[in-house]
Design a protein around this ligand. Structure first.
Ligand SMILES: [Zn+2]
Length: 263
């Protein structure tokens, strides 16, 4: 029995070594994050790196390697610097199929925004052997409007679950209210980190985000989409209070803008 146990342990070692690798998350303010996996895959999410709270408005030009860009919906505060980053790094677009077509009209290189990496709600897209992304619903809107032009179609708004093999599953909610769909998201996947909008006005507020944490059973909530403009009034403190009051079993782990955290 002992020998068998040792053999089993030896077989598990390569997996353990992989799991010990680090997944790193950097927040650039608003809904913009960059995630680096142990295997070296770099994903930018809603990369408005030049947002008003960003300490470095030129950050988009400084990213050396980006493999994929996840865009949750077509609004300018989420598309952000995606086109410029894609042109410079060759990053492929991950998101809704209609959004991909809309962003090609906005200048995203079309060979980097194909159906290989764009999908639709309910789909899980394997980006490589280590990372896959599931597109989930968000309750919001997604029109493109530029310089007073009429609104053009940008596909459905979405959230994204990023699954790192041997690492965390990270749920970026996109812009949304709390919805009963979130319970299904939590039933189907283990959510290690929920990057949750809390600003209110255009999205759920801290109270809503606390309910979202309850529904998804997320272990840790990282608040986002607040403080960028005066209208986005939600705060991490208010989220913390709402989570305590509702006795939700989730940790609030607010990040500083520009901070990199190991997940
Ligand atoms: Zn937004």
């Amino acid at each position: 029995m002992k020998r068998l146990a040792i053999l089993a342990l030896a077989a598990a070692l390569p997996l353990a070594a992989h799991a010990a690798g680090k997944t790193e998350l950097t927040w650039y303010g608003h809904a913009a994050f960059v995630l680096k996996t142990p295997g070296g895959t770099v994903l930018a999410i809603d990369p408005w790196l030049s947002n008003p709270t960003s300490p470095d408005k030129e950050a988009a030009g400084k990213l050396e390697k980006v493999d994929f860009i996840i865009v949750t919906h077509a609004h300018a505060d989420h598309v952000g610097d995606a086109v410029a980053i894609a042109k410079r790094t060759g990053a492929k677009l991950v998101g809704g199929f209609d959004l991909a077509n809309a962003l090609i009209q906005e200048g995203y290189p079309k060979e980097q925004a194909t159906a290989m990496t764009s999908g639709n709600i309910g789909g899980t897209i394997a980006l490589n052997d280590e990372v896959s992304v599931t597109i989930v619903p968000a309750s919001h809107s997604s029109g493109i409007r530029k310089d007073g032009a009429p609104v053009s179609y940008g596909g459905n708004p979405t959230g994204a679950l990023i699954h790192v093999k041997g690492g965390p599953t990270v749920y970026h909610t996109g812009d949304t209210d709390v919805t009963s769909d979130m319970k299904l998201v939590g039933d189907r996947w283990r959510i290690d980190y929920m990057l949750a909008c809390i600003g209110g006005h255009f999205t759920m507020d801290p109270q809503g985000a606390a309910t979202a944490a309850q529904l998804t059973r997320a272990k840790t909530v990282i608040p986002m989409h607040y403080g960028t403009f005066p209208l986005l009034k939600g705060t991490p403190d208010a989220l913390e209070k709402a989570i305590k009051t509702a006795r939700v079993n989730a940790k609030v782990a607010a990040m500083k803008i520009g901070e990199t955290r190991t997940l």
